[in-house]
Structures are given as structure tokens and as C-alpha cells.
Design a protein around this ligand. Structure first.
Ligand code: PRX
Length: 633
């Protein structure tokens, strides 16, 4: 391992070669301008995009917290992610390199991407898809997934991408919430050498979804699947019909027209669909991608997240395509067939930036450095991390073994709700392992106590955002009250956005994210609600009550541990324990499978009947249980 010569104290200074070429040379002055003249700053960034009509107002805050950005402006995200590149040298530039798990490869130029997207957009139109309707997409990581997203956006339809690892129940619930008439899926996908049987799950979900009229299936794995007359169509059949012309006009949208909804778990009840827009989201994702990752035309950008999550939406698909980057998409598992899969792809495609999660790093770290050492990773110049706090050990391994002690790590803090990165370094920022460093341009962060008073350096407080930004979610789909209640109520007086995370700030102004303070659990970077896990357990016929908590896990960051009270007459045994874990996995998807199920006689509750999860957690960790005065029993 090469020692980094540029470490002073615990500060990692970026190599001079990176600083010299960086797009931003002076963070402080640019940050100052961005908050002192917020609208001017964002107007300048917005001018870098293609608008059909310029906005009349940058920020409309007349109906807080329902902020509007670039009102009066006409735009379409696809006009920026594809159309405008066709008029430049980028027409023939590689837009996407895709590798399937079995090793098949597809490479697409911007010209080819435009053809596929336009053809599919025409197909969707021929199926009667209208501006504003929500198309649900449930797919593996294949090129047709971003193509479907872009095709919807092109004709002004919204997409709702449901992660391909979700279960029947989760898919059906999201189809119902979105009122979708059209579902786009695939026969299957490859994962660890096995086929994930997506179409069967989709079929079962559709049986429960009276709104679905049309299902379009991409043939990926080729196994026999059930197709229903009048409802089911093969993607490739449709793409070869005359209606699938490669000419399709990109719909002119209002800046504030919704682009997509994406469901994410919250504190209570069912997952909520966050709404993002064409205008502000285009500006925000492309600006943050360009500055944080110092994007150059020759980059090969690999965001290894699934397109089904916000990271995939913002930084696999939209942000990088708007910036004209070459994006990499990989279908399968990082350790299939061997733990060098990712490293061999970096070498093979000359990838320059890798953006992934601490969980993935920790998972690959376990196999030892002999796997990356077999490959030439010298094309890499920057690394990124997202989704959960990165522990210093994983940070150092990523930096030294993968980045050859030369690639700075951009630890980026953000959320489904924020649309894009909020706290993150730039390539010129001296780094501290485990800190997401400082707020990005236009982002005003506070770490405050219950009353909204800034806490002292080193103290833990709640993370709030004090001013609006263009990438912010506009509302919770169909439930504006929940949007206000969840994010804006607590600091209503001040008008601040509550992130739901706790954090501290150090003497140098570096921000350290600690974790969620609500009942959201981050397992392997995936976001789950304790309430969802609990209601999945309670839906089992033998369970009367359940509680779920997160406990630390070496690779996953957190693991789900559950406590259940069984119905009278039922006895808990190993088999039932296994059944319950399986049941949760079937209800929500394998990512939600609890690590343990403990049978209990009672659960600690407040007098008003709320489960005190912190008591369960403290007990499990052998820690002080804290104030028990509100405990019922
Ligand atoms: O707790 C924070 C954690 O992930 C949450 C947001 O989850 P989600 O909406 O799924 O979006 C994940 C990808 C943007 C946050 O509230 N989180 C995200 N990034 C970081 C992080 N925690 C620490 N450090 C990060 N870099």
C-alpha cells in the first residue's frame, strides 16, 4: 500500500494534479456568493441548460413550504439529457456502456440512445400514455430501464420506478398509489448466476391491480413466462412496429411539471411518493454532479446504484446524461462470478469515477485486497460514497487500495427528498475520513437543538436545511399535508426543512452525519421504516404485535432485529422464527428480511401505547435504558 504523503493530522489533502485541473478553485467565495445571492447563483447555473422559454422568476416562495423554481420557464429534462447533445460532438459519444451479469455488453452513443428512447416514447404514446399520467417501471438493471424512464419524461408522463428487488406486495401497493395504467417490466434479470423472476412477481401484483391495462415486458433472460392476451406485450415486438418511429417530439413542459415520483420509507405508515420536477431537478442534479465530481468530457462515470433508487435517478441517469457523460450500468452482483467483478470492469472500460455505498465497499473489502490488486485501476481519479456514514476503516481501504492513495473520496450526504447532494466535498477540499465535509453551493445547513438553537461544535444536534434549493421534492404525492407534517412542522417558525438525521459540526466547520433520529432504518444503504417491517410481521396470522429496531452490523451498517408477541395459543419455535423472517421478505422484499426474531411476552410501551424502540435497542446493546418515566409497565 502506498503511503499518502499529503496527510497532515487527520486531513487528507487532494493531490496537486487534481487541484490544478479542478473546475472550482475557490469553494469559500463561490459558496458565499451562492447563499448571499441565491437566485443569481441558480439563475447562472440554470442558464447552462436548454430552455424552450426562459423563466420569469427564479424562486417563488409565496406559498411556503411549497416552493417553486424557475416559474414561467419551459423545459424538458430529456431536451437536456439527450436532445441538445445531438447537435454537438456528443452525438457520437458513448452515452451508455452496459454489462450484463453473464458478460454480455451493449454500448450506445447519444444518437443511439435517442433512437431507442424516441421509439419507445412513440410506443407509449400509441398505448395512450398521456402527459401527467404515472407509468410504473419494475425492472432489472438493463438499458431498457433508463430508456423507459427517459421515454416517459420525453412525452411528459411521470415515472414511478419500483426497485426490482421489491416483492409483490410492495409493487402492488405502489401501482395502486400511482394509479398506474401501464407497467413496464422484464421477464427476469441476472443476479448471482440466478434468474430473478420479475414477470411472475409483476403478474401477481397485476392480479391485485385493477388499474393496470397494459404491461410491456422486455425479454432479458428468455425463460417461459405467462403473458395475458390484450394486456401483455413484448418490448421488442413493439419497438419493431412502424408506430415505433425514431422521430418523436420532446414535450414542452413547465419547469414545475412533475417528472417522477419515487417511493421512500418514512417514520409512519406506508412509503410515500416524493415528487420531483423537470426544471429544478434538472438544474440541481447536473450542477451538483458537475461540481462535486469535477466532470470532464472524457470521463467514464460509474454510479453503481440501482436506477430504482434516488441515487440511480439523479446520478446514474439524469445528472450525468445532462452533463453529457458516458455512464456505466452493470446488471448483477459485485462478487459474481468472483469478487473482482467491479475491479475488472474498471480496468476494462477505463472508468474514471466510481460512486458507490459504504456497504458495497465493506462487502468487497471482506474478500481482501488481492482481488483489486489483480487489476490496473489507474484510470480512476475520483471516488464517491453515498447512503450511510462511511466508517474510517472502509474509507481508508477505498482510498488506499482502490484509489491508490491518490483519489479523493467525495462522501456525499443527501436524501430522496433533496433530489441531489447537499453536503459534500469538492475535489479541492481537504478530507477527513467519515465526514461529508461542508454544504454545497446554495445549501444552508444548521445543526440545532429542539428549540432551533445551533449546538456547539462537537455536540450532537438535528440536521436542518435553512433555505430552499432547486432539487427539493415539491410534495408527497397525493398527500401535501404529510409533506408539511413530516418535513416542515417541527421548525415551522423558522421555516426550516427537517432532515431526520442527527449530526455534529467540528471546530473546522466539518459536518459529521451520525444517523437517523426517527424510525427509519438504513440497511445496506437501503431505507426502510420500522413501521413497515412491523406491519409486515403483524400481517402474519400468528402475530399479534411486533417491534423492529436497528442494531449495528459490520457490513450492512445496520441490521433489523424484531420482537414479536404471538397470538394466544401459539408457541414460538425455530421454525416459526424462520417463517416470520421469510414472511417479511415476501411482503417487502429480501432487503427487509430481519436478522433476528425474538418472541416476547410484552413490549415496552408508553402510556399512550407507542412502542419505545429505544428501550429495546438499549437492552439489546446492554446500554443504559435512559428515562423510563413514560413507560407504561
Ligand atoms: O441518514 C441519511 C443517509 O441516508 C438517508 C437518506 O436515504 P435515502 O433517501 O434512501 O437516500 C440515500 C441516497 C441519497 C439520510 O437521511 N445518508 C445518505 N448519505 C449519507 C447518509 N448518511 C451519512 N453519510 C452520507 N454520505
Amino acid at each position: 500500500m502506498k503511503a499518502n504523503k499529503e496527510v497532515t493530522g487527520n486531513l487528507y489533502h487532494p493531490p496537486k494534479s487534481i487541484v490544478r485541473k479542478a473546475n472550482v478553485k475557490d469553494y469559500d467565495s463561490m459558496y458565499k456568493r451562492s447563499v448571499e445571492d441565491r437566485e443569481g447563483f441558480w439563475a447562472d447555473e440554470a442558464k447552462k441548460l436548454k430552455w424552450y422559454k426562459k423563466w420569469t422568476q427564479v424562486l417563488d416562495d409565496s406559498n411556503k413550504p411549497f416552493y417553486k423554481w424557475f416559474t414561467g420557464g419551459k423545459i424538458n429534462i430529456v431536451a437536456n439529457a439527450i436532445d441538445r447533445h445531438l447537435e454537438t460532438h456528443r452525438r457520437n459519444k458513448v452515452a451508455m456502456i452496459w454489462e450484463g451479469e453473464p458478460g454480455d455488453v451493449k454500448v450506445m452513443s447519444y444518437h443511439a440512445l435517442n433512437r431507442e428512447v424516441s421509439k419507445f416514447a412513440n410506443v407509449l404514446k400509441s398505448m395512450g400514455v398521456k402527459k401527467g399520467e404515472i407509468v410504473t417501471i419494475y425492472m432489472p438493471q438493463i438499458p431498457e430501464l433508463p430508456i423507459a424512464m427517459l421515454a416517459c419524461a420525453k412525452i411528459g408522463a411521470m415515472h414511478s420506478v419500483v426497485y426490482g428487488g421489491f416483492s409483490v406486495e410492495a409493487l402492488a401497493g405502489r401501482i395502486a398509489d400511482a394509479n398506474s395504467r401501464v407497467l413496464i417490466t422484464a421477464d427476469g434479470g441476472w443476479r448471482r448466476g440466478k434468474i430473478t423472476d420479475l414477470k411472475s412477481i409483476a403478474n401477481e401484483a397485476m392480479d391485485r391491480s385493477p388499474t393496470i391495462e397494459v404491461c410491456i415486458t422486455v425479454k432479458r433472460t428468455g425463460q417461459e413466462v405467462h403473458m395475458e392476451n390484450d394486456r401483455d406485450f413484448w418490448y421488442h415486438d413493439l419497438q419493431s412496429l412502424p408506430i415505433a418511429s425514431s422521430k418523436c417530439k420532446t414535450e414542452v413542459m413547465d419547469a414545475e411539471d412533475p417528472l417522477f415520483i419515487l417511493f421512500t420509507s418514512g417514520t409512519t405508515g406506508k412509503p410515500k411518493g416524493l415528487v420531483h420536477t423537470h426544471g429544478g431537478y434538472s438544474v440541481y442534479t447536473s450542477t451538483t454532479h458537475r461540481y462535486v465530481f469535477d466532470i470532464k468530457d472524457e470521463d467514464r462515470w460509474w454510479c453503481a446504484a440501482d436506477p430504482g433508487w434516488i441515487t440511480g435517478h439523479s446520478y446514474l441517469v439524469y445528472g450525468p446524461l445532462i452533463n453529457g457523460s458516458t455512464i456505466i450500468l452493470y446488471e448483477g452482483a459485485p462478487n459474481h462470478p468472483y469478487p473482482n467483478r467491479w475491479w475488472s470492469m474498471i480496468e476494462k472500460y477505463g472508468i474514471t469515477i466510481l460512486y458507490t455505498s459504504p456497504t458495497a465497499i465493506r462487502g468487497l473489502m471482506r474478500f481482501g485486497e488481492q482481488w483489486p490488486k489483480r487489476h490496473d485501476l489507474s484510470s480512476l481519479r475520483l471516488l464517491g460514497s453515498v447512503g450511510e456514514p462511511i466508517n474510517p476503516e472502509a474509507w481508508r481501504w477505498y482510498h488506499e487500495v482502490i484509489g491508490n492513495s491518490e483519489c479523493p473520496i467525495m462522501d456525499t450526504w443527501w436524501q430522496t427528498e433533496t433530489g441531489g447532494m447537499m453536503i459534500a466535498p469538492l475535489p479541492i477540499t481537504p478530507l477527513k475520513p467519515g465526514s461529508a465535509t461542508k454544504p454545497l453551493f446554495g445549501v444552508e445547513v444548521g445543526i440545532v437543538d429542539e428549540d432551533g438553537k445551533e449546538v456547539k461544535p462537537g455536540e450532537e444536534g438535528k440536521l436542518v436545511i435553512k433555505a430552499p434549493w432547486p432539487g427539493m421534492a415539491r410534495t408527497v404525492f397525493g398527500d401535501p399535508d404529510r409533506y408539511v407534517e413530516t418535513y416542515w412542522k417541527e421548525y415551522e417558525k423558522q421555516g426550516w426543512y427537517k432532515a431526520g438525521d442527527s449530526a455534529r459540526i467540528d471546530e473546522d466547520g466539518y459536518i459529521w452525519i451520525i444517523g437517523r433520529i426517527d424510525d427509519v432504518i438504513k440497511v445496506s444503504g437501503y431505507r426502510l421504516g420500522t413501521a413497515e417491517v412491523e406491519s409486515a410481521l403483524v400481517s402474519h396470522p400468528d402475530v399479534s404485535e411486533a417491534a423492529a429496531i436497528a442494531l449495528p452490523h459490520e457490513v450492512k451498517g445496520n441490521a433489523i432485529h424484531t420482537y414479536v408477541i404471538l397470538k394466544a395459543g401459539v408457541t414460538g419455535d425455530k421454525k416459526l422464527e424462520e417463517d416470520l423472517r421469510k414472511h417479511v421478505s415476501e411482503e417487502m422484499g429480501p432487503i427487509a428480511r430481519p436478522d433476528s426474531v425474538t418472541f416476547a411476552e410484552s413490549l415496552p410501551k408508553t402510556r399512550s401505547g407507542k412502542i419505545m424502540r429505544r428501550v429495546l435497542k438499549a437492552r439489546a446493546l446492554g446500554m443504559d435504558e435512559g428515562d423510563l418515566s413514560t413507560l407504561e409497565d
